[in-house]
Design a protein around this ligand. Structure first.
Ligand code: SF4
Length: 498
């Protein structure tokens, strides 16, 4: 375990961040990590609990107390092995996960005192890359079976890596021009620089995963052709149908989904600019939606030099402290959080219902009213307001995956439109689903977990097929690989805290 009684003498230290006034002038990552000794001290705070509730908070079942202790003891090489045992891409989760593990940490019973798990995680993987400990792990035996993975986001990447390491031939089809999915284009550079994703994609390629970019299944290749070319198909397309704002004036120029804006800006920064990129420069920006994507729109607009940025949220303002009657420890607390972006500038308001947008072809004014703060969000008479706006960004989440592909593949859907795949197998033989396409919009940590678990099920299916080559019965036979070392141990079934 960490240092006995360490948590009594060492305080939790948050990850350092670059000064907001300075970081607004560039698009580089703004979150930093403590020096090595500081990280080791944070690891020393872990009590290695008999019942580590951090495990329960982490969908991946990360072996958190183990690597906390290894970091404390300066055994970083073993720490990365423990971390990779359950998580293919800790540099993604260490940057982007909201850390439900910390909310569930036993030390968090005293609110704000959790072990700095996320900071320790990203420090381990940063060190591992720096030391050259992260290397390709191609399979030793080829099964002769082929798998198509649709979507190169975190779920698709995790599924592809696991299936390739199990010996299958894996091709990832991605309609965008590069891999990474939402974290490549939909999450700004200042939260995750894109070389971080490219570096991991290179590892997958070196392991033998083929990426085919700019290929839209259903347009460039029909679902029938895809199924004919591969023994199995994994759908990892994410949940990409955005929630709309059905108010008068929605059709005006200057009203966009958040992802349209963020994708455009990512491409501009990558030097792959669209013809008329959406820009916030010099504009009065309204962001509708109070979540992480809304915060990313605020942060990006500020960096672009917006004249003003306002973020509005339909729900009422949550309590400042964890409401123990509603979301007690170890549950994810519904409480007021101030995003990194609002530390940089902009304003926000809660319990706001947009009533209409007006303008002469182009949005010029937003009209809203305050509401009761909770369903059914009754308008409060006399609170109507209007404000000038030039750009409205809709960041109200996603409803479901796009339906055409699921239909084309003959996959049944649930009431929300997600692929119906209770145990990752869909209603179509040999077709599996993982990530947001199966469970709906969720956290990156869930996407990686889903990719890993889906790979286990697809692998078992592929090995149940008749042998490809009679001389290779051992690799392509009916052996059950469930729980094999190649694909990792089965994590506990954990309910979502997202
Ligand atoms: S719950 Fe917190 S203190 Fe306990 S083992 Fe996990 S990280 Fe360590």
């Amino acid at each position: 375990m960490g240092k006995i009684g360490g948590f009594l003498e060492i305080a939790r230290v948050e990850q350092p961040e670059r000064n907001p006034a300075e970081r607004l002038h560039d698009f580089n990552e703004f979150v930093e990590t403590l020096p090595v000794d500081g990280v080791r001290e944070q690891g020393a705070r872990c009590m290695e609990c008999g019942v580590p509730f951090c495990h329960n908070g982490c969908p991946l079942g990360n072996l958190i107390p183990d690597w906390n202790d290894l970091v404390y003891r300066d055994r970083w090489r073993e720490a990365i092995d423990q971390l990779h045992a359950t998580n293919n891409f800790p540099e993604f989760t260490g940057r982007l996960c909201p850390a439900p593990c910390e909310a569930a940490c036993v030390l968090e019973i005293r609110e704000g005192d959790a072990v700095s798990i996320k900071q320790i995680e990203v420090s381990i993987i940063n060190r591992a890359w720096d030391e050259g400990w992260v290397t390709p792990q191609p399979p030793k035996v080829e099964t002769g079976r082929t798998v198509a993975v649709i979507g190169a986001g975190p779920a698709g990447m995790a599924a592809a890596q696991q299936l390739r390491r199990a010996g299958h031939t894996v091709t990832v089809y991605e309609r965008d021009e590069a891999g990474g999915g939402l974290i490549r284009f939909g999450v700004p550079h200042f939260k995750i620089e894109k070389w971080v994703i490219e570096r991991r994609l290179e590892q997958l390629k070196a392991e033998g995963v083929e990426f085919r970019y700019g290929v839209d299944i259903g347009k460039d290749i029909s679902p029938e052709e895809l199924r004919a070319q591969h023994d199995a198909v994994v759908i990892a397309t994410g949940s990409r149908v955005p929630r709309d704002l059905p108010v008068p004036g929605r059709e005006l120029d200057g009203v966009h989904y958040a992802m349209e804006y963020l994708y455009d800006r990512a491409r501009v920064l990558d030097g792959n600019s669209p013809e008329s990129p959406i820009t916030a420069e010099g504009k009065h920006v309204l962001v509708v939606g109070g979540g992480d994507t809304g915060a990313d729109c605020v942060g990006h607009s500020l960096r672009e030099g917006a004249a003003s940025v306002t973020q509005i949220e339909l729900l009422g303002e949550p309590p400042a402290k964890r409401p123990d009657d509603l979301t007690p420890w170890p549950r994810w607390p519904v409480k007021l959080r101030t995003s990194y972006a609002l530390k940089e500038g902009g304003e926000r308001d809660f319990a706001i219902s947009t009533t209409k947008l007006t303008g002469n072809g182009k949005v010029e004014e937003v009209h809203w009213v305050q509401n009761s703060g909770q369903p059914p969000f009754d308008a409060i008479p006399g609170t109507e307001e209007s404000h000038p706006v030039d750009l409205v960004l809709l960041a109200m989440g996603f409803l479901s995956p796009e339906q055409d592909l699921l239909e084309g593949l003959g996959v049944e859907r649930d009431a929300r439109g997600n692929a119906k795949a209770g145990a990752y197998s869909t209603s179509a033989e040999g077709v599996f689903a993982a990530g947001d396409a199966r469970r709906g919009q969720s956290l990156i940590v869930w996407a990686i977990n889903e990719g890993r678990q889906c790979a286990r099920v697809a692998d078992r299916y592929l090995r149940s097929l008749p042998a490809v080559d009679p001389r290779d019965e051992e690799s392509a036979g009916t052996s059950d690989r469930f729980g094999s070392p190649d694909l990792g141990a089965d994590p506990p079934q954990i309910a979502s805290q997202s």
